[in-house]
Design a protein. Structure first.
Length: 252
């Protein structure tokens, strides 16, 4: 039986390897991102020569100064791909990691406080490729317009930025982003979903094909890598994830 997390990891790996996108020679993955990390390890275990910088990895982390070094490398143009999410994401690929309400998460507005934007805007501007990832696919997350723009999806002419969103992957579907139009297009629906269910669960407007493809299942070879070598790489850092998804536990 294919787990949803395995399908998402395989889908992310295919996006990483998209031949129409700029090459991903050095990929960075932030903290608490097991599915993107699994996708990156899948790409690596398939034999592709990519450098992985996993901030949450307890051993083998190349950064000696944590995120400060990540930002430095990104500013130098030495990180090719990063993953971002948001408490809210809108149809122009704007992200909100601050919160909702007049004063985010406080006062009488009844807002919600999110974790904070940290370096998301910097990474969004300075990384050539960003894949947006959020498992929850609902109108409260995918909104017509974010309450606060903590990281903009596109920028006015004359504002320097190296890249923007390549795609948005959720627990229900995959969207591609067109920065020239600042608009998403629905690319595929995961099993159990269709065009109508995706439309009902999405707060922003987007384009969709006349016939909506299904997101491909992971191949037998991909599943074997995920459940074997990829899991071995992840056991130390994400033991709960590996136990829940792959049925593997770290040695005592």
């Amino acid at each position: 039986m294919i787990q949803p997390e395995e399908r998402l990891a395989a889908a992310l790996a295919r996006l990483i390897l998209d031949p129409t996108a700029p090459p991903a020679r050095h990929i960075a993955v932030g903290a608490a991102s097991p599915i993107p990390a699994a996708a990156c390890w899948l790409v690596r275990k398939q034999g592709h020569d990519v450098r992985l910088s996993l901030l949450h990895k307890r051993s083998g982390n190349p950064f000696t100064e944590g995120t400060r070094e990540l930002f430095d490398l990104t500013g130098q143009g030495r990180i090719d791909l990063f993953f971002l999410g948001g408490g809210q994401i809108d149809g122009q690929a704007n992200l909100n990691l601050v919160g909702t309400g007049q004063w985010p998460g406080g006062g009488a507005s009844g807002g919600v406080r999110f974790p904070g934007s940290f370096g998301s805007a910097y990474m969004y501007f300075m990384t050539p490729r960003t894949i947006l990832f959020r498992e929850e696919h609902s109108p409260r997350v995918l909104v017509p317009q974010v309450d606060n723009v903590s990281a903009p999806g596109v920028s006015p002419p004359g504002v320097f930025r190296r890249g923007t969103a390549q795609a948005l992957v959720t627990g229900k579907a995959i969207f591609r982003f067109d920065p020239a139009r600042a608009r998403f297009a629905l690319e595929s629906a995961h099993p159990g979903e269709d065009a109508a269910s995706i439309r009902a669960a999405t707060g922003f407007n987007y384009d969709e094909p006349a016939s909506l493809p299904a997101t491909p299942d992971p191949s037998d070879a991909e599943l074997a890598l995920l459940r074997g070598p990829v899991c071995e790489e992840m056991l130390e850092t994400y033991p709960d994830f590996c136990a829940r998804v792959f049925g593997r536990k770290a040695a005592a």
